[in-house]
Design a protein around this ligand. Structure first.
Ligand code: NAD
Ligand code: MG
Length: 403
């Protein structure tokens, strides 16, 4: 068997570690060409010792010397590279078949686009790049014969429940994304006013990076996933619904016109989706055990609470507005989440800042990379300027429109 040659961008993160866990179970199937991290040199060198990739990349140029010296001290012949251009070069490299896009945030966009332009197979975890540049990314994928395998668990579930041939998808009525509801499901706005980053990052079912954990707590993660589903599956927003399912066992569903609903179930462990993407169209052991349905006993479902968690509705509204609105939403969210994690904003300031930034900026067509990057930069600037004025002002009794 020829081994699949993998670049893992964001190798030191939660998705990166889960991917490497699956890869390590199948040394006959996979070899690593690139591992990347932002600036965590020690963690990256430790991964290089274990997995012996051809190259290691730190996107932070200031970390280059430490990486080069660390690899040399470890006696490895892994090449050291640094900077965003090195990340793009690794995504396009001729020695690589598959790029695992596991960087967090808009920082993952340029390497994901580079992988698309180079016609790679892309295991897509980095949902922010789809929210920011979905139209552009899907066009590059089609133009260059790249293939996206969604590994966000909901999109992976939908991908598993859809017919393989897009021409046979006419019978799909809608897709239904499941949301756990996060650690604050059932809270009132008054209760949310005082929650801490530690509480927000303590997800009841999934162990994930800090940014996506906060997004899960605000329901922004589900909002980003609605936009992601729109681009990945070419579905109008009216055909993308969300249902809260606290156990995170049903990972999402497809609703067909004949009344059938197909669902994918499994443990809340990202290795299942990653193994599916890694081996597709085959299946391999992921290290995740089977479900004991009798022991689970029950599965619960409820409607999302839009009034208490307005971020989901803001995402539907941004998708309806189209153009650069999703890019603005994503950028404002990255600013808001980072401020919340650093203690510079409260939990309720997150939706307030998103709303204020969307209100402050006009929507433009997102028809070029320049237009998209300009919208992202402008939204970060505006959100950064609005934040000190807003922080602490969001009142628990504020109400927002629902989608
Ligand atoms: P994480 O914070 O655990 O890891 C992020 C990785 O990206 C790290 O390797 C880090 O070094 C790298 N990185 C951070 N900032 C960077 C920058 N500016 N430039 C280049 N690299 C940078 O995040 P995660 O939880 O693994 O999430 C990664 C992506 O996958 C996110 O887009 C997230 O929404 C998505 N995702 C994660 C999960 C999950 O279970 N963790 C599930 C579904 C989707
Ligand atoms: Mg998800």
């Amino acid at each position: 068997m020829t081994r699949q040659r993998l670049a893992i961008l964001g190798a030191t993160g939660s998705i990166g570690s889960s991917t490497l866990d699956v890869v390590a179970r199948h040394p006959d199937r996979f070899e690593l060409t690139t591992l990347s991290a932002h600036s965590q040199v020690d963690a990256l060198v430790a991964l290089c010792r274990r997995f012996r990739p051809a190259r290691a990349v730190v996107s932070d140029p200031a970390a280059y010397a430490a990486l080069r010296d660390g690899l040399a001290d470890a006696g490895l012949d892994t090449e050291a590279h640094a900077g965003p251009e090195a990340l793009e070069a690794a995504a396009e490299a001729a020695d690589t078949d598959t790029v695992v896009a596991a960087i967090v945030g808009a920082a993952g966009m340029s390497s994901t686009l580079a992988a698309a332009r180079a016609g790679k197979r892309i295991l897509l975890a980095n949902k922010e790049s789809v929210v920011l540049a979905g139209d552009l990314l899907m066009r590059e994928i089609r133009a260059h014969g790249a293939r996206v395998l969604p590994v966000d668990s909901e999109h992976n579930a939908i991908f598993q429940c859809l017919p393989g041939d897009p021409a046979q998808r006419g019978g799909v009525r809608r897709v239904l994304l499941t949301a756990s509801g996060g650690p604050f499901r059932g809270f009132t706005r008054a209760q949310l006013a005082g929650v801490t980053p530690e509480q927000a990052c303590a997800h009841p079912n999934w162990s994930m990076g800090r940014k996506i954990s906060v997004d899960s707590a605000t329901l922004m993660n589900k909002g980003l996933e609605v936009i992601e589903a729109h681009w990945l599956f070419g579905l109008d927003r009216a055909r993308i619904d969300v249902v809260v399912h606290p156990q995170s066992i049903v990972h999402s569903l497809v609703d067909y016109v004949d009344g059938s609903m197909l669902a994918q179930l499994g443990q809340p462990d990202m290795r299942t989706a990653l193994a599916y993407g890694l081996a597709w169209p085959e299946r391999i052991d992921s290290g995740v055990g089977t479900l004991d349905l009798a022991a689970l006993g029950r599965l619960d479902f409820e409607a999302p609470d839009h009034a208490t968690f307005p971020c989901l509705g803001l995402a539907y509204a941004a998708l309806a507005a189209g153009g650069t609105a999703p890019a603005v939403l994503n950028a404002a969210n990255e600013v808001a989440v980072s401020a919340f994690l650093q203690g510079r904003a409260g939990f309720l300031d997150i939706p307030a800042l998103l709303q204020a930034t969307l209100d402050a900026l006009e929507t433009h067509p997102a028809d070029s990379l320049d237009a998209t990057l300009a919208a992202d930069a402008e939204a970060r600037r505006v959100a950064g300027a609005l934040l000190p004025r807003l922080a602490g002002q969001a009142r628990p009794d504020t109400t927002y429109g629902t989608p």
